[in-house]
Design a binder for this molecule. Sequence first.
Ligand SMILES: Nc1ncnc2c1ncn2[C@@H]1O[C@H](COP(=O)(O)OP(=O)(O)OP(=O)(O)O)[C@@H](O)[C@H]1O
Ligand SMILES: [Mg+2]
Length: 259
Amino acid sequence: MNEEIIQIKGLTKRYGYGDTESFALKDFDLTIRRGEFIMIMGPSGCGKTTLLNIIGLLDRATSGEYILNGEDVAGISSRRKARLRAKKIGFIFQNYNLIQDLSVLENVALPLVYINRPRTVRLKNASDTLRRFHLQEREYYLPSQLSGGQQQRVAIARAIVSDPEIILADEPTGNLDSRASIAVMEELKSIHEEGNTIIMVTHNPALTVYATRVINMLDGQINTDIKTVADQNLPQKIEVKRTRGKAKRTRKSNKGRKN
Ligand SMILES: Nc1ncnc2c1ncn2[C@@H]1O[C@H](COP(=O)(O)OP(=O)(O)OP(=O)(O)O)[C@@H](O)[C@H]1O
Ligand SMILES: [Mg+2]
């Protein structure tokens, strides 16, 4: 069975003190296995983005425990945290967050800077990833020259270019029409089928058909947590091995694997 890659225990995020004290997360517990596709729903302000930002090492909890790949996040330096984030985690945002004066290709290549890939390798890997999303003929466009759906698919390419195993998506279809939303969801589906773990926030209940687990939050806590795919049926991780810049995908058993 796929291992637990995220273990969160008693996590609390507090803002303010005394009269202004409020809790974005309250004594929050969550265990996530590799290969889960989790959708997080719940009313505005219930703590969804806060949770995603803490999981993605962009923010830290006030108290509680967060173990990522067997490692207690509290104990690691901010430098190592940044490296861990670059290697293990891909982010997708509602408003795409592309850099407007960089080309599509340079945007997708950007995460590889943080894991010290040489420029030629960066551009090659970015180009290969864009091909997968059928966007290679737009490599030299600027983001503003693309539709919203295309920009979000570029953002997905950027999120997976370094082959992270955890993809965090905060309302990735929030700005898209239903056709573009489906295109984005189909891309996320294929990334998930390669054994990657996806945690996505959405307000759209129709999208939960893509999930293996749906978590409803309320006031910084889990209200309901429903698995629609049993743990033993989650996809196995496909290792992407790059030989001379070519991506080669092989399915690998997780048995006995340590990270
Ligand atoms: N920097 C901050 N200072 C004070 N309170 C904050 C801060 N950031 C978030 N909060 C509060 O934490 C709570 C959770 O916010 P969060 O952004 O996680 O909600 P959300 O579930 O993502 O909402 P939405 O669906 O609107 O995006 C909210 O009550 C919010 O006001
Ligand atoms: Mg939010």
